[in-house]
Design a protein around this ligand. Structure first.
Ligand code: ADP
Length: 481
Protein backbone atom coordinates (compact mmCIF):
# COMPACT_ATOMS: atom_id res chain seq x y z
CA UNK A 1 0.00 0.00 0.00
CA UNK A 2 1.49 3.30 -1.03
CA UNK A 3 -0.74 5.87 0.64
CA UNK A 4 0.95 8.24 3.02
CA UNK A 5 -0.74 10.53 5.47
CA UNK A 6 0.29 13.32 7.70
CA UNK A 7 -2.13 14.01 10.48
CA UNK A 8 -2.63 17.46 11.88
CA UNK A 9 -4.39 17.80 15.23
CA UNK A 10 -5.47 21.37 14.74
CA UNK A 11 -4.73 21.98 11.13
CA UNK A 12 -5.18 25.03 8.97
CA UNK A 13 -8.56 26.00 7.61
CA UNK A 14 -9.72 24.20 4.51
CA UNK A 15 -8.01 25.58 1.39
CA UNK A 16 -5.04 27.10 3.26
CA UNK A 17 -2.80 24.06 3.09
CA UNK A 18 0.27 23.75 0.82
CA UNK A 19 0.97 20.27 -0.45
CA UNK A 20 2.17 18.13 -3.33
CA UNK A 21 0.16 17.79 -6.52
CA UNK A 22 -1.27 14.38 -5.60
CA UNK A 23 -2.12 15.22 -2.02
CA UNK A 24 -5.46 16.43 -0.76
CA UNK A 25 -6.89 17.53 2.55
CA UNK A 26 -9.31 15.62 4.72
CA UNK A 27 -11.52 18.12 6.49
CA UNK A 28 -13.26 17.94 9.87
CA UNK A 29 -16.87 18.89 9.04
CA UNK A 30 -17.37 20.28 12.56
CA UNK A 31 -14.50 22.78 12.40
CA UNK A 32 -13.76 23.08 8.66
CA UNK A 33 -10.09 22.57 9.52
CA UNK A 34 -7.71 20.07 7.94
CA UNK A 35 -7.44 16.81 9.88
CA UNK A 36 -4.89 15.19 7.61
CA UNK A 37 -3.31 15.43 4.22
CA UNK A 38 -3.38 12.21 2.22
CA UNK A 39 -1.53 11.20 -0.93
CA UNK A 40 -3.89 10.19 -3.71
CA UNK A 41 -2.85 7.06 -5.60
CA UNK A 42 -1.38 7.64 -9.05
CA UNK A 43 -2.54 5.57 -12.05
CA UNK A 44 0.69 3.57 -11.73
CA UNK A 45 0.03 2.86 -8.05
CA UNK A 46 -3.55 1.85 -8.85
CA UNK A 47 -2.29 -0.59 -11.48
CA UNK A 48 0.21 -1.99 -8.95
CA UNK A 49 -2.59 -2.46 -6.40
CA UNK A 50 -4.60 -4.50 -8.89
CA UNK A 51 -1.44 -6.48 -9.77
CA UNK A 52 -0.92 -7.32 -6.10
CA UNK A 53 -4.56 -8.25 -5.49
CA UNK A 54 -4.55 -10.46 -8.59
CA UNK A 55 -1.25 -12.09 -7.59
CA UNK A 56 -2.51 -12.84 -4.08
CA UNK A 57 -5.74 -14.46 -5.30
CA UNK A 58 -4.40 -17.92 -6.03
CA UNK A 59 -2.93 -18.41 -2.57
CA UNK A 60 -5.71 -16.67 -0.62
CA UNK A 61 -8.50 -18.51 -2.43
CA UNK A 62 -6.84 -21.82 -1.61
CA UNK A 63 -6.01 -20.94 1.99
CA UNK A 64 -7.93 -23.25 4.33
CA UNK A 65 -11.33 -21.73 5.22
CA UNK A 66 -10.48 -22.27 8.87
CA UNK A 67 -7.31 -20.14 8.48
CA UNK A 68 -9.31 -17.39 6.74
CA UNK A 69 -11.88 -17.58 9.55
CA UNK A 70 -9.20 -17.29 12.21
CA UNK A 71 -7.71 -14.23 10.58
CA UNK A 72 -11.12 -12.57 10.48
CA UNK A 73 -11.66 -13.50 14.10
CA UNK A 74 -8.36 -11.89 15.07
CA UNK A 75 -9.42 -8.80 13.10
CA UNK A 76 -12.72 -8.75 15.03
CA UNK A 77 -10.82 -8.78 18.32
CA UNK A 78 -8.31 -6.17 17.15
CA UNK A 79 -11.05 -3.79 15.97
CA UNK A 80 -12.74 -4.18 19.35
CA UNK A 81 -9.51 -3.52 21.22
CA UNK A 82 -8.86 -0.37 19.16
CA UNK A 83 -12.41 0.86 19.55
CA UNK A 84 -11.58 4.30 20.90
CA UNK A 85 -8.89 5.07 18.36
CA UNK A 86 -11.07 3.95 15.44
CA UNK A 87 -14.09 5.85 16.79
CA UNK A 88 -12.07 9.06 17.14
CA UNK A 89 -10.81 8.72 13.59
CA UNK A 90 -14.39 8.32 12.37
CA UNK A 91 -15.48 11.43 14.27
CA UNK A 92 -12.61 13.58 12.98
CA UNK A 93 -13.37 12.97 9.33
CA UNK A 94 -17.10 12.27 9.45
CA UNK A 95 -18.36 14.38 12.35
CA UNK A 96 -20.78 11.95 14.04
CA UNK A 97 -21.06 11.96 17.86
CA UNK A 98 -18.41 9.82 19.55
CA UNK A 99 -20.96 7.46 21.12
CA UNK A 100 -22.38 6.72 17.66
CA UNK A 101 -18.88 6.27 16.26
CA UNK A 102 -18.20 3.68 18.98
CA UNK A 103 -21.45 2.02 17.99
CA UNK A 104 -20.24 1.96 14.40
CA UNK A 105 -16.98 0.30 15.47
CA UNK A 106 -18.95 -2.41 17.28
CA UNK A 107 -21.20 -2.88 14.26
CA UNK A 108 -18.17 -3.13 11.95
CA UNK A 109 -16.50 -5.63 14.28
CA UNK A 110 -19.61 -7.81 14.19
CA UNK A 111 -19.31 -8.16 10.41
CA UNK A 112 -15.79 -9.49 10.92
CA UNK A 113 -17.08 -11.95 13.52
CA UNK A 114 -20.11 -13.02 11.50
CA UNK A 115 -18.08 -13.69 8.37
CA UNK A 116 -15.34 -15.42 10.39
CA UNK A 117 -18.13 -17.86 11.24
CA UNK A 118 -19.46 -17.96 7.66
CA UNK A 119 -16.02 -18.63 6.13
CA UNK A 120 -16.33 -22.30 7.10
CA UNK A 121 -19.89 -22.61 5.80
CA UNK A 122 -19.42 -22.33 2.05
CA UNK A 123 -21.76 -25.20 1.40
CA UNK A 124 -22.46 -26.64 -2.01
CA UNK A 125 -25.15 -29.08 -3.10
CA UNK A 126 -25.38 -32.64 -4.32
CA UNK A 127 -28.46 -33.82 -6.17
CA UNK A 128 -29.20 -36.92 -8.19
CA UNK A 129 -30.28 -35.72 -11.63
CA UNK A 130 -34.07 -36.22 -12.04
CA UNK A 131 -33.41 -38.32 -15.16
CA UNK A 132 -31.28 -40.62 -13.04
CA UNK A 133 -28.38 -40.20 -15.43
CA UNK A 134 -25.86 -38.61 -13.14
CA UNK A 135 -25.22 -36.29 -10.27
CA UNK A 136 -25.50 -32.52 -10.01
CA UNK A 137 -22.75 -31.16 -7.77
CA UNK A 138 -22.67 -27.47 -6.99
CA UNK A 139 -19.71 -25.69 -5.44
CA UNK A 140 -19.49 -22.05 -4.40
CA UNK A 141 -16.13 -20.69 -5.47
CA UNK A 142 -14.56 -17.28 -4.77
CA UNK A 143 -15.36 -15.03 -7.67
CA UNK A 144 -11.94 -13.35 -7.93
CA UNK A 145 -10.58 -9.86 -7.31
CA UNK A 146 -13.36 -7.60 -5.99
CA UNK A 147 -13.54 -3.83 -6.24
CA UNK A 148 -15.22 -2.39 -3.14
CA UNK A 149 -16.44 1.22 -3.16
CA UNK A 150 -17.69 2.69 0.09
CA UNK A 151 -19.36 5.93 1.23
CA UNK A 152 -18.44 8.42 3.95
CA UNK A 153 -21.46 8.01 6.25
CA UNK A 154 -20.24 4.72 7.80
CA UNK A 155 -16.57 4.76 6.83
CA UNK A 156 -15.69 1.71 8.93
CA UNK A 157 -18.86 -0.38 8.90
CA UNK A 158 -19.48 -0.24 5.15
CA UNK A 159 -15.91 -1.30 4.47
CA UNK A 160 -16.05 -4.12 7.01
CA UNK A 161 -19.39 -5.24 5.57
CA UNK A 162 -17.69 -5.76 2.20
CA UNK A 163 -14.14 -6.81 3.15
CA UNK A 164 -15.25 -9.47 5.66
CA UNK A 165 -17.42 -11.55 3.29
CA UNK A 166 -14.99 -11.10 0.41
CA UNK A 167 -12.10 -12.44 2.49
CA UNK A 168 -14.25 -15.19 3.99
CA UNK A 169 -15.16 -16.38 0.49
CA UNK A 170 -11.51 -16.35 -0.61
CA UNK A 171 -11.55 -13.21 -2.74
CA UNK A 172 -8.87 -10.57 -2.69
CA UNK A 173 -9.97 -6.96 -2.80
CA UNK A 174 -9.17 -3.50 -4.03
CA UNK A 175 -11.05 -1.09 -1.77
CA UNK A 176 -11.79 2.53 -2.55
CA UNK A 177 -13.14 4.56 0.38
CA UNK A 178 -14.96 7.85 -0.08
CA UNK A 179 -12.65 10.80 -0.64
CA UNK A 180 -13.99 12.54 2.48
CA UNK A 181 -13.18 9.62 4.82
CA UNK A 182 -9.98 7.78 3.85
CA UNK A 183 -8.43 7.83 7.35
CA UNK A 184 -10.74 5.25 8.89
CA UNK A 185 -10.11 2.95 5.91
CA UNK A 186 -6.36 3.34 6.35
CA UNK A 187 -6.74 2.41 10.03
CA UNK A 188 -8.79 -0.69 9.21
CA UNK A 189 -6.16 -1.87 6.74
CA UNK A 190 -3.51 -1.35 9.42
CA UNK A 191 -5.53 -3.55 11.77
CA UNK A 192 -5.80 -6.27 9.12
CA UNK A 193 -2.05 -6.14 8.47
CA UNK A 194 -1.33 -6.31 12.19
CA UNK A 195 -3.32 -9.51 12.58
CA UNK A 196 -1.43 -11.20 9.75
CA UNK A 197 -3.27 -10.43 6.52
CA UNK A 198 -0.99 -11.54 3.68
CA UNK A 199 0.36 -9.03 1.17
CA UNK A 200 -2.04 -8.11 -1.62
CA UNK A 201 -5.21 -9.58 -0.09
CA UNK A 202 -6.56 -6.10 0.68
CA UNK A 203 -5.33 -3.16 -1.38
CA UNK A 204 -6.56 0.33 -0.62
CA UNK A 205 -6.88 3.08 -3.19
CA UNK A 206 -7.17 6.55 -1.70
CA UNK A 207 -8.16 9.16 -4.25
CA UNK A 208 -10.03 12.42 -4.63
CA UNK A 209 -10.72 11.58 -8.27
CA UNK A 210 -13.00 8.55 -7.94
CA UNK A 211 -14.23 8.63 -11.52
CA UNK A 212 -10.87 7.98 -13.13
CA UNK A 213 -9.51 5.68 -10.39
CA UNK A 214 -12.60 3.47 -10.49
CA UNK A 215 -12.74 3.59 -14.29
CA UNK A 216 -9.17 2.27 -14.42
CA UNK A 217 -9.89 -0.62 -12.03
CA UNK A 218 -13.17 -1.54 -13.72
CA UNK A 219 -11.40 -1.78 -17.06
CA UNK A 220 -8.94 -4.37 -15.73
CA UNK A 221 -10.02 -7.83 -16.84
CA UNK A 222 -8.65 -9.43 -13.66
CA UNK A 223 -11.34 -7.65 -11.59
CA UNK A 224 -14.45 -9.84 -11.42
CA UNK A 225 -16.74 -8.20 -8.91
CA UNK A 226 -17.97 -4.72 -8.03
CA UNK A 227 -19.60 -4.03 -4.70
CA UNK A 228 -20.75 -0.45 -4.34
CA UNK A 229 -22.49 1.51 -1.60
CA UNK A 230 -23.44 5.08 -2.44
CA UNK A 231 -25.90 7.18 -4.34
CA UNK A 232 -28.30 5.76 -6.92
CA UNK A 233 -26.92 8.27 -9.40
CA UNK A 234 -23.32 7.02 -9.16
CA UNK A 235 -24.49 3.41 -8.87
CA UNK A 236 -26.41 3.68 -12.12
CA UNK A 237 -23.33 5.06 -13.86
CA UNK A 238 -21.14 2.28 -12.49
CA UNK A 239 -23.62 -0.35 -13.66
CA UNK A 240 -23.31 1.09 -17.15
CA UNK A 241 -19.52 0.91 -16.97
CA UNK A 242 -19.63 -2.59 -15.49
CA UNK A 243 -21.83 -3.72 -18.39
CA UNK A 244 -18.84 -3.44 -20.74
CA UNK A 245 -17.20 -6.36 -18.98
CA UNK A 246 -20.43 -8.03 -17.78
CA UNK A 247 -19.14 -7.63 -14.25
CA UNK A 248 -20.95 -9.17 -11.29
CA UNK A 249 -22.38 -6.20 -9.31
CA UNK A 250 -23.76 -5.71 -5.83
CA UNK A 251 -25.30 -2.31 -5.31
CA UNK A 252 -26.48 -0.67 -2.11
CA UNK A 253 -27.99 2.60 -3.30
CA UNK A 254 -30.23 5.37 -2.04
CA UNK A 255 -33.23 4.94 0.24
CA UNK A 256 -36.32 7.04 0.79
CA UNK A 257 -37.84 5.30 3.76
CA UNK A 258 -41.45 5.85 4.79
CA UNK A 259 -42.13 5.76 8.53
CA UNK A 260 -45.82 5.03 9.11
CA UNK A 261 -47.50 5.53 12.46
CA UNK A 262 -51.07 4.25 12.91
CA UNK A 263 -53.33 5.78 15.55
CA UNK A 264 -53.17 2.64 17.72
CA UNK A 265 -49.36 2.76 18.02
CA UNK A 266 -47.55 3.34 21.29
CA UNK A 267 -46.72 6.97 20.57
CA UNK A 268 -43.70 7.23 22.88
CA UNK A 269 -42.20 4.12 21.29
CA UNK A 270 -42.95 5.56 17.83
CA UNK A 271 -41.20 8.83 18.67
CA UNK A 272 -38.20 6.99 20.14
CA UNK A 273 -38.06 4.81 17.01
CA UNK A 274 -38.44 7.87 14.79
CA UNK A 275 -35.46 9.52 16.47
CA UNK A 276 -33.30 6.46 15.80
CA UNK A 277 -34.59 5.97 12.27
CA UNK A 278 -34.22 9.65 11.38
CA UNK A 279 -31.27 10.96 13.35
CA UNK A 280 -28.77 8.13 13.63
CA UNK A 281 -25.34 9.11 12.32
CA UNK A 282 -26.19 12.78 11.84
CA UNK A 283 -29.31 11.92 9.85
CA UNK A 284 -27.19 10.69 6.97
CA UNK A 285 -27.96 6.98 6.66
CA UNK A 286 -29.46 5.42 3.54
CA UNK A 287 -31.92 3.72 5.91
CA UNK A 288 -32.97 7.08 7.39
CA UNK A 289 -36.70 7.63 7.81
CA UNK A 290 -37.44 10.22 5.18
CA UNK A 291 -41.22 10.67 5.22
CA UNK A 292 -43.36 10.39 8.35
CA UNK A 293 -46.95 9.36 7.57
CA UNK A 294 -48.97 9.66 10.76
CA UNK A 295 -52.67 8.81 11.08
CA UNK A 296 -54.67 12.00 11.63
CA UNK A 297 -55.95 11.44 15.21
CA UNK A 298 -52.35 11.30 16.50
CA UNK A 299 -50.48 13.34 13.87
CA UNK A 300 -50.40 16.58 15.84
CA UNK A 301 -49.34 14.92 19.07
CA UNK A 302 -46.68 12.82 17.31
CA UNK A 303 -45.25 15.96 15.69
CA UNK A 304 -45.26 17.75 19.06
CA UNK A 305 -43.42 14.95 20.84
CA UNK A 306 -41.00 14.50 17.95
CA UNK A 307 -40.25 18.23 18.01
CA UNK A 308 -39.50 18.08 21.73
CA UNK A 309 -37.12 15.18 21.22
CA UNK A 310 -35.45 16.89 18.26
CA UNK A 311 -35.09 20.20 20.09
CA UNK A 312 -33.43 18.29 22.95
CA UNK A 313 -30.51 17.22 20.78
CA UNK A 314 -27.19 18.91 21.51
CA UNK A 315 -25.49 20.11 18.34
CA UNK A 316 -21.73 20.22 18.44
CA UNK A 317 -18.40 18.64 17.69
CA UNK A 318 -18.64 14.86 17.81
CA UNK A 319 -15.62 14.51 20.09
CA UNK A 320 -17.43 16.42 22.82
CA UNK A 321 -19.20 13.63 24.78
CA UNK A 322 -22.25 15.84 25.41
CA UNK A 323 -22.91 16.20 21.66
CA UNK A 324 -25.84 14.19 20.34
CA UNK A 325 -25.96 15.64 16.81
CA UNK A 326 -22.93 16.51 14.71
CA UNK A 327 -22.55 18.40 11.45
CA UNK A 328 -23.47 17.31 7.95
CA UNK A 329 -20.61 16.06 5.82
CA UNK A 330 -20.01 19.24 3.82
CA UNK A 331 -21.34 22.67 2.93
CA UNK A 332 -23.31 21.29 0.00
CA UNK A 333 -25.22 18.89 2.28
CA UNK A 334 -25.95 21.68 4.75
CA UNK A 335 -27.14 23.99 1.96
CA UNK A 336 -29.40 21.24 0.62
CA UNK A 337 -31.13 20.91 4.00
CA UNK A 338 -31.59 24.66 4.09
CA UNK A 339 -33.00 24.69 0.56
CA UNK A 340 -35.41 21.80 1.13
CA UNK A 341 -36.78 23.48 4.26
CA UNK A 342 -37.28 26.73 2.40
CA UNK A 343 -39.09 24.97 -0.46
CA UNK A 344 -41.46 23.36 2.08
CA UNK A 345 -42.12 26.67 3.84
CA UNK A 346 -42.76 28.40 0.53
CA UNK A 347 -45.32 25.70 -0.23
CA UNK A 348 -47.15 26.44 3.02
CA UNK A 349 -45.59 23.99 5.52
CA UNK A 350 -44.86 25.00 9.13
CA UNK A 351 -41.55 24.53 10.92
CA UNK A 352 -42.22 23.28 14.46
CA UNK A 353 -38.57 23.29 15.49
CA UNK A 354 -35.23 24.04 13.84
CA UNK A 355 -35.17 24.96 10.17
CA UNK A 356 -31.92 26.93 10.03
CA UNK A 357 -28.18 26.91 10.67
CA UNK A 358 -27.58 27.14 14.43
CA UNK A 359 -26.68 30.76 15.17
CA UNK A 360 -24.30 29.80 18.01
CA UNK A 361 -22.02 27.67 15.76
CA UNK A 362 -20.20 29.79 13.22
CA UNK A 363 -17.98 27.05 11.81
CA UNK A 364 -18.92 23.57 10.70
CA UNK A 365 -21.65 22.30 8.44
CA UNK A 366 -24.41 22.29 11.03
CA UNK A 367 -28.14 22.38 10.51
CA UNK A 368 -30.67 22.37 13.32
CA UNK A 369 -32.82 19.29 13.90
CA UNK A 370 -36.06 20.22 12.17
CA UNK A 371 -39.66 19.06 12.21
CA UNK A 372 -41.97 20.30 9.47
CA UNK A 373 -45.76 19.79 9.43
CA UNK A 374 -48.36 20.58 6.82
CA UNK A 375 -46.39 18.67 4.18
CA UNK A 376 -48.45 16.64 1.73
CA UNK A 377 -47.58 13.38 0.05
CA UNK A 378 -45.87 14.23 -3.23
CA UNK A 379 -44.47 17.60 -2.07
CA UNK A 380 -40.74 18.08 -2.70
CA UNK A 381 -39.89 17.49 0.96
CA UNK A 382 -42.14 14.45 1.06
CA UNK A 383 -40.53 12.80 -1.94
CA UNK A 384 -36.82 13.78 -2.09
CA UNK A 385 -34.15 11.77 -0.26
CA UNK A 386 -33.32 14.39 2.38
CA UNK A 387 -30.05 13.07 3.89
CA UNK A 388 -30.28 15.75 6.57
CA UNK A 389 -31.94 16.35 9.97
CA UNK A 390 -35.41 17.26 8.67
CA UNK A 391 -38.51 15.26 9.53
CA UNK A 392 -41.57 16.06 7.39
CA UNK A 393 -44.79 14.90 9.07
CA UNK A 394 -47.60 14.05 6.67
CA UNK A 395 -51.00 13.35 8.17
CA UNK A 396 -53.21 10.62 6.66
CA UNK A 397 -56.79 9.52 7.15
CA UNK A 398 -58.02 5.92 7.25
CA UNK A 399 -59.37 6.21 3.70
CA UNK A 400 -56.00 7.33 2.31
CA UNK A 401 -53.89 4.73 0.54
CA UNK A 402 -50.91 5.09 2.86
CA UNK A 403 -49.22 1.92 1.58
CA UNK A 404 -49.56 3.29 -1.94
CA UNK A 405 -47.95 6.53 -0.77
CA UNK A 406 -45.18 4.62 0.98
CA UNK A 407 -44.47 2.74 -2.26
CA UNK A 408 -44.77 5.79 -4.49
CA UNK A 409 -41.03 6.40 -4.98
CA UNK A 410 -38.35 4.81 -7.18
CA UNK A 411 -36.35 3.62 -4.18
CA UNK A 412 -37.24 0.64 -2.01
CA UNK A 413 -34.65 0.11 0.67
CA UNK A 414 -36.57 -0.01 3.93
CA UNK A 415 -39.89 0.97 5.47
CA UNK A 416 -40.92 1.36 9.10
CA UNK A 417 -44.35 0.84 10.61
CA UNK A 418 -45.69 1.43 14.13
CA UNK A 419 -48.98 -0.15 15.15
CA UNK A 420 -50.34 -2.31 17.96
CA UNK A 421 -52.04 -4.54 15.38
CA UNK A 422 -49.62 -7.23 14.26
CA UNK A 423 -51.90 -8.29 11.40
CA UNK A 424 -51.86 -4.76 10.00
CA UNK A 425 -48.11 -4.57 10.46
CA UNK A 426 -47.56 -7.82 8.58
CA UNK A 427 -49.93 -6.73 5.82
CA UNK A 428 -47.97 -3.47 5.52
CA UNK A 429 -44.69 -5.42 5.47
CA UNK A 430 -45.84 -7.79 2.77
CA UNK A 431 -47.19 -4.98 0.56
CA UNK A 432 -44.13 -2.74 1.02
CA UNK A 433 -41.98 -2.58 -2.12
CA UNK A 434 -38.72 -2.67 -0.15
CA UNK A 435 -35.91 -5.01 0.80
CA UNK A 436 -36.34 -4.53 4.57
CA UNK A 437 -39.12 -3.62 6.99
CA UNK A 438 -38.91 -2.50 10.61
CA UNK A 439 -42.05 -3.29 12.65
CA UNK A 440 -42.23 -1.21 15.84
CA UNK A 441 -38.46 -0.68 15.47
CA UNK A 442 -36.45 2.25 14.16
CA UNK A 443 -33.50 0.20 13.01
CA UNK A 444 -33.12 -2.97 10.96
CA UNK A 445 -29.35 -3.32 10.51
CA UNK A 446 -27.83 -6.56 11.73
CA UNK A 447 -24.72 -8.34 10.36
CA UNK A 448 -26.62 -11.64 10.49
CA UNK A 449 -29.47 -10.30 8.34
CA UNK A 450 -29.56 -9.73 4.56
CA UNK A 451 -29.36 -5.96 4.07
CA UNK A 452 -30.41 -4.56 0.73
CA UNK A 453 -33.03 -2.86 -1.33
CA UNK A 454 -35.70 -3.39 -3.95
CA UNK A 455 -36.37 -1.20 -7.01
CA UNK A 456 -33.67 1.45 -7.55
CA UNK A 457 -32.25 0.95 -4.05
CA UNK A 458 -29.96 -1.75 -5.25
CA UNK A 459 -29.02 -5.23 -6.30
CA UNK A 460 -28.05 -8.07 -4.00
CA UNK A 461 -27.73 -8.33 -0.24
CA UNK A 462 -24.97 -7.76 2.30
CA UNK A 463 -24.74 -9.54 5.64
CA UNK A 464 -26.32 -12.87 6.50
CA UNK A 465 -25.40 -15.91 4.43
CA UNK A 466 -26.38 -14.02 1.27
CA UNK A 467 -23.52 -11.62 1.98
CA UNK A 468 -21.03 -14.46 1.58
CA UNK A 469 -22.64 -15.78 -1.60
CA UNK A 470 -22.29 -12.31 -3.18
CA UNK A 471 -18.56 -13.06 -3.50
CA UNK A 472 -19.03 -16.56 -4.91
CA UNK A 473 -19.60 -18.01 -8.32
CA UNK A 474 -21.55 -21.28 -8.34
CA UNK A 475 -19.79 -24.03 -10.23
CA UNK A 476 -21.96 -26.94 -11.30
CA UNK A 477 -20.27 -30.23 -12.01
CA UNK A 478 -22.21 -32.92 -13.83
CA UNK A 479 -20.79 -36.29 -12.90
CA UNK A 480 -21.43 -40.02 -13.17
CA UNK A 481 -19.80 -42.27 -10.66
P1 ADP B 1 -22.77 10.37 -1.71
O1 ADP B 1 -23.70 11.14 -2.58
O2 ADP B 1 -23.39 9.71 -0.55
O3 ADP B 1 -21.48 11.06 -1.42
P2 ADP B 1 -21.54 8.94 -3.82
O4 ADP B 1 -22.30 7.97 -4.62
O5 ADP B 1 -21.13 10.24 -4.44
O6 ADP B 1 -22.41 9.12 -2.52
O7 ADP B 1 -20.23 8.30 -3.23
C1 ADP B 1 -20.14 6.94 -2.83
C2 ADP B 1 -18.82 6.39 -3.31
O8 ADP B 1 -18.79 6.50 -4.72
C3 ADP B 1 -17.59 7.14 -2.81
O9 ADP B 1 -16.55 6.21 -2.54
C4 ADP B 1 -17.23 8.02 -3.98
O10 ADP B 1 -15.85 8.33 -4.03
C5 ADP B 1 -17.59 7.12 -5.13
N1 ADP B 1 -17.81 7.84 -6.39
C6 ADP B 1 -18.31 9.07 -6.55
N2 ADP B 1 -18.34 9.40 -7.86
C7 ADP B 1 -17.84 8.34 -8.53
C8 ADP B 1 -17.61 8.05 -9.91
N3 ADP B 1 -17.88 8.94 -10.85
N4 ADP B 1 -17.10 6.86 -10.23
C9 ADP B 1 -16.82 5.97 -9.28
N5 ADP B 1 -17.01 6.16 -7.96
C10 ADP B 1 -17.51 7.35 -7.59
Amino acid sequence: MSNTISVACCGPRKGENQHSMNAYDVVDPATETVVATVEAATPHEIATSVDRAAAAFSSWSTTAPRARAELLHRAFQAVRSRRDDLAETIVRENGKPIAEARGEVDYAAEFLRWFAEEAVRMEGGNLRAPSGSGRILTLPEPIGVALLITPWNFPLAMLARKIAPALAAGCTVVAKPAEATPLTALRLVEVLRDVGLPEGVVELIVTDDPGSAVGQVLADSRVRKLSFTGSTEVGRMLLQQAADRVLDCSMELGGNAPFVVFADADLDAAVAGAMVAKMRHNAQACTAANRFYVESPVAKEFARRLSLAMAGLALGRGLDPTTTLGPLIDAEARDRSERLTQIAVDAGASVLTGGRRPPHLDTGYFFEPTVVTGVRHGDVLGSSEIFGPIAPVISFDPEDDVIGWANDVDQGLVSYVYTADLGRAMDFASRSEVGMVGINRGTVSDPAAPFGGAKQSGLGREGGHEGLLAYCETKYISVDW
